[in-house]
Ligand binder design. Structure first.
Ligand code: 5GP
Length: 143
């Protein structure tokens, strides 16, 4: 099978270029953090490195350390923002694994005892809910 290559027309590349909107939580030179529009749970957040790669498999190793420093910060922030019992951190590689957007990203999902995750890429959340949740996470990151 031919090796899959990065395609800059993917939806997260468009968000990174500012071509389509997102409910942004944080941005610096290395990453952008925004709300997943089809959350699997309240506060489902995506941490996206700016450097282009399809996923973990073709990523520059130099990207991964800083990326996971941000993942840890966001995981701590969502736990605080939603008073969660735990946090799921997950990342998919290629369609066989469940990947649907082909720009490397890490899912950070607050978890609550006894509450299962909703389906992956399921129902769209209301923009006002995403905006409110992004605000809560921003506040937690700042404190
Ligand atoms: P993957 O399956 O590639 O790991 O996850 C892609 C994620 O992106 C899914 O959880 C899906 O809900 C989310 N998603 C898909 N399209 C958009 C979009 O246009 N904006 C945002 N913020 N999230 C999206």
């Amino acid at each position: 099978m031919a090796e899959a290559i990065y395609d800059s027309s993917n939806i997260f590349a468009k968000i990174l270029r500012g071509e389509i909107p997102s409910h942004r939580v944080y941005e610096d030179d290395a990453v952008i953090v925004f709300m997943d529009v089809m959350p699997q749970g309240q506060g489902h957040t995506l941490v996206v490195p700016k450097a282009p790669s399809r996923n973990l498999l073709d990523a520059d190793p130099a990207v991964l350390g800083p990326l996971f420093v941000h993942v840890q910060k966001v995981a701590r922030a969502v736990k605080k923002a939603f008073d969660a019992d735990g946090v799921t951190v997950v990342q998919f590689n290629e369609p066989a694994s469940g990947q649907t957007v082909f720009h490397l990203h890490v899912h950070v999902i607050p978890r609550f005892d006894g509450i299962p995750l909703k389906p992956h890429s399921g129902q769209m959340e209301k923009p006002e809910v995403l905006a409110e949740n992004a605000g809560k996470i921003r506040m937690a990151l700042a404190s």
